[in-house]
Design a protein around this ligand. Sequence first.
Ligand code: ABU
Length: 497
Amino acid sequence: DLHGRTYKDLIPYSSDMNITKTFLQAILNMILKYIEELNDHESPVIKNGLRTPNEYRQIFNFDIDQKGVDLNEILYNTEQILQTSVRSGHPRFINQLSQGLDMLSLAAEIITSTTNSNMFTYEVAPVYNCMEETVLRYMRELCGWKNGDGVLAPGGAVSNLYAVLTARHYAYPDIKQRGVMNSPRTVMIISKHCHYSLKRAAALIGLGIDHVIEVNPDQTGRVRGQDIENQICIAQQQGLKVFFVGITAGTTVLGAFDPIDEIAQICQKYNIWLHVDGAWGGSALLSSKTKHLLNGLNKVDSFTWNPHKLMSVHLQCSAILFNHPNILMNVNEMSAGYLFQPDKHYEITLDTGDKTIQCGRHVDVLKLWLAWKGKGIDGYAEHVETLLENARFLYEKVKSKAPYFLTLMDPPFINVCFWYIPPSLQNIDSTSLEYYNRLDKIAPKIKERMMTSGVMMVGYQRLDHYPNFFRAIVSNPATTKHDIEIMIEQIHMFGKD
Ligand code: ABU
């Protein structure tokens, strides 16, 4: 019983380990109970459904008070957090690219937190920096690069920012010192289906969104090399310098893979930096059955790859990889003397802090390393292939439920996109505005019902001229074919009236 006990009874305020052990054991027991509940596929994704912010404010006292609470209350709050959180590790959480609860990754996160290291210097994180160096080298080898650079960044958007920043530095190394005043008139060219973070990166580096040229993809969601080349020529005729072309391996909504090889040859012809955002689809490199989707990757300049998506590594874990050795230090180095002393007694190449845009940096490598070490190359190949098989099963099932379900396209990857067409829309002209407007409201309504009941979650969105449709992502190896069948039944049940 921890009633009346406070933080003063815990290490380091007390030297007696007993209360600390009791407290941490109680937390661990709650975590184990949570994991056990997740394993029950019939349990809800959100217990009692999604509540309003005011309801959460009532369940918790979020205020920080003058006096601290006792350990019993800390445990009570912890239990409440586990009870009320959205269970993204649940097999019926089919909502986001990142999902699942990987035990190796979880173990690594506990260890990471316990060692509480900071990646910025070798002297503080020697093992983790050596580990990151090896893992990033291996990832670059999978890209087909002999040499290069890279770092684990806080998410795919930041990885993409690194790519844009580095490409601009590569074209204009002076900008680091002189800034953007009087800089040349430059533009970026990206596919319209690229992740929005590339446009934000343009804003952040002072280029401005107006200087991002977006190229429309074709019906399959892939941008055509010829269209990229046309835009390069138009920009050049206008006296603009294209310093960056951005394409995607596994677009966020459709899962489309742009033709990397074709576009790499164009970028080489015009000497333009090519970035591939493989935050989602990069993990296709892990299986001999899917790595062809990234053919031509050996010719690109930079690559974003998020193990926290398809590899089921816990958030956050995103790699930005460069096909240029030592480039990050050139771009970001500030040589802060209090941290990166040049006269350290050890080899300072693993003082990775000065090549990043951060100072302190979380250890993101252990969860990736431990998961990869445990599963091995074969385990991850099987992981990707199983997810693809599940996606195919989902697609075939959805197709078989016509006319209530209508697929948007044959999925190029794991993303399965479809509409639910309720009975009330079955006899309306599908080319009419009324049909479009009513269909547009169906997915949000079904989503609302799913979330209010809490039984499952599936994402939806509009894209281009399409009204709202579902994007079902099964990237959790715990999701079974039965879960997929239940998801389809539930959508029908929530949507049929
Ligand atoms: N780039 C973040 C992807 C978010 C999602 O659709 O799951």
